[in-house]
Ligand binder design. Structure first.
Ligand code: FAD
Length: 392
């Protein structure tokens, strides 16, 4: 067992922290206040080789691991979630293309994704199918050399700026439940792909979350990523495995936000004076800081374990569900405490705490809510999986 980052991982973390502090910090609140997509940051991420961090070198990427992505998102999220979120959708789709795509699809999309010429989004949720993905009704019907897509997706992060949509569809209208579900890649601008109303969210602003409507949207059949078969759930099982990486990225966002909030609170507590003393001199405040640090460290190591193991394949469901549930709860608790330590100033929009608090709240919805994660943890425990992760 080795709890140390390698020299290369330390370098990556420092590079991303310097980038976030020097280039992204000053404008982070502007993207949030204007609800504006931080396009200049995307180009910076591409320039630094971070956008295609896990894309294989032969396709112009960095050839990095899931753990490298976690370290990168953690540092970006410490400062700007509109920016860290870009990486979640971009890497999430690149991983799926890497794993399931044909050579043609890899050739067609991965180099552009690494360069920032193709921005992608993950298109799964529907108004009637969120936690229960198997209730989805968007269909893909074969017609000649194309699939014709019909249905409505919603809450699609970066769906308003994306050039590429990785869409979960039901192959064959007659299928139900998990049977027939698979995925397909749809280029932005394809006739019949309509960007609908943008649902204005409380946090992670700067990333839009619109409806995506498919109306007889014709997609070449070469764009099938995972073929669903109405007679079984094999396609669905394949795409579910990719969710575990996304759960690591969601947790990394939580860890980064909480670390940023803690850093602000620690600093502020040593500056602010009441009754002739720094507030950090009061034991009540010191214990809050101590509890925040305990939660942060516990969350960090749960996540790092899942991500390091996941870098050798897919992260283990039990490990990553534990890490995500803890990170979701932890980030809310730490942001809340950081706001309290700031007193009334913490609630002011001029301070970064209220944005952190709003952003942290969002991560309890994506990639499986804490309730769904707890269901999955319990299922895994009942199948004896705890021994598997402890003894490997
Ligand atoms: C900011 C934001 C960004 C998003 N980005 C994307 C995106 O990019 N792409 C995308 O496809 N989707 C995205 N989503 C959608 C997100 O994945 C869904 O909101 C999520 O899956 C939950 O679904 P739901 O909102 O329909 O809630 P529901 O599934 O209706 O759940 C309602 C409540 O019931 C609980 N619940 C449901 N089933 C159970 C159960 N079996 N046991 C116990 N409790 C249960 C849930 O935890 C929740 O508290 C985003 C959402 C938000 C808020």
């Amino acid at each position: 067992m080795d709890f140390h980052l390698t020299e290369e991982q330390k370098r990556l973390k420092k590079t991303v922290r310097d980038l976030a502090e020097s280039e992204f910090r000053d404008k982070a609140h502007i993207w949030d206040q204007n609800d504006e997509f931080p396009r200049e940051n995307v180009m910076k991420l591409a320039e630094m080789g971070l956008l295609g961090i896990t894309i294989p070198k032969e396709y112009g990427g960095g050839g990095g691991t899931i753990f490298d992505v976690v370290l990168t998102i953690e540092e970006l999220a410490r400062v700007c979630r509109a920016t860290s979120t870009i990486l979640v959708t971009q890497v999430g789709d690149a991983e799926a293309i890497k794993e399931h795509g044909s050579d043609n699809l890899k050739e067609k999309y991965l180099p552009g994704m690494a360069k920032g010429e193709i921005l992608s989004c993950i298109t799964i949720s529907e108004p009637q199918a969120g936690s229960d993905v198997t209730a989805m009704s968007t269909t893909a019907e074969l017609d000649g050399d194309s699939y014709v897509l019909n249905g409505i997706k919603h809450f699609i992060t970066n769906g308003d700026v994306a050039d590429l949509y990785m869409v979960f569809v039901r192959y064959g209208k007659e299928s139900s439940g998990a049977h027939g579900i698979g995925s397909i890649l749809v280029d932005g601008g394809t006739p019949g792909l309509i960007v609908g109303k943008n649902d204005i969210m409380m946090g992670i602003r700067g990333a839009g979350h619109p409806e995506i409507i498919f109306e007889n949207c014709r997609v070449p059949k070469e764009n099938v990523l995972v073929q669903g078969d109405p007679s079984n759930n094999e396609g669905f099982k394949k795409i579910l495995a990719s969710f575990n990486s996304e759960r690591c990225f969601n947790s990394a966002n939580c860890l980064g936000i909480a670390q940023g909030a803690f850093d602000e609170a620690l600093k502020y507590s040593q500056e602010r004076e009441t009754f002739g003393k720094k507030v950090s001199d009061y034991q009540g405040i010191q214990w809050m800081l101590a509890d925040m640090a305990i939660k942060l460290e516990a969350s960090r190591w749960l996540l790092y374990r899942a991500a390091v193991n996941g870098s050798e394949g897919h992260p283990e469901l039990l490990e990553v569900s534990i890490a995500k549930t803890f990170a979701n709860d932890m980030s809310l608790e730490v942001c809340n405490a950081a706001m309290q330590i700031h007193g009334g100033y913490g609630y002011c929009v001029e301070f970064p705490l209220e944005r952190a608090w709003r952003d942290a709240r969002a991560y309890s919805f994506g990639a499986g809510t804490p309730q769904i994660q707890r269901n999955m943890i319990a299922q895994q425990l009942l199948r004896g999986k705890l021994d598997v992760i402890r003894n490997r």
